[in-house]
Design a protein around this ligand. Sequence first.
Ligand code: R5P
Length: 286
Amino acid sequence: MITISSSSSLSLGKLIAEKLGSRSSEVARKRFPDGELYVRIDTDLADETAVLVGNTRTDQDFMETLLLLEAAQGRHPDRIIVVIPYFGYARQHMRYRAGEPISSYAIGRAILDYADSIYCVEIHDERAMAPFNGKIHNIKISSTLADFVAKWKVDYVISPDDGGKDRADSVARIVGCESMALDKKRIDDTNVEIVNPDLELKGKRAVLVDDIISTGGTIMKASQMLVKNGLSWVSVAAIHGLFINQSAEKISGSVSEVAVSNTIETPYSKIDVSGAITDRIQEEIK
Ligand code: R5P
């Protein structure tokens, strides 16, 4: 087995390779003068299982993943497993208006043209996986989150919206505390409204758990409201830290600690998901 890491997942790819006991392939990369990307896989993959770890967060990430896949296929591996720690473009998993693309479908199709299967971590909406007949596997990391959060000794695990309620419930069950979901309405791309839960939280400790921190608007609004309701301590544990417009720094100013996983490599990536990923891959290749 050989692991190949794209530049968006170099540290996570290394951890995955160590846990799988696989070799890591050397990859040469450069930019042509016109800006186009060049990659080369310098390891023979013939008759091997190739595990390619790469995000689709940005257009550049996606392009590198695609080029690495084409390069990998040219080396005739036995099979190709793609790990997409953060499946970007999964928020557009349907045509909300005529004329829009189903972006997650476009990404999945392009990757599965080369790969036998895809493993992703907590995809934003599992409906994005529906057209792919079980070839995309979603790895839920509630227990990894719970193991991390347990040391904070919280009274509540809180989801800022209803979509994350099941995750908050699972984390709370493992930690052994209460859970709840707030009622959030998105006003536009950067602004949200959250209904005050009208709950007395005086002296309580809580963690806000969410799948994505993008502009940070959701977490800022939720944490400020909960503190107004009396919370004495609040921290954030999220899965994918996109942190647009320095939102991590802004959030850090209003909560005690910010932690995200290493699906996207950031200075706040304190929650390691490599074990959760390799457990699932090892199940497939057994
Ligand atoms: C929304 O459905 C997600 O679960 C997150 O709450 C959202 O993506 C966070 O975005 P932002 O940080 O921009 O408020």
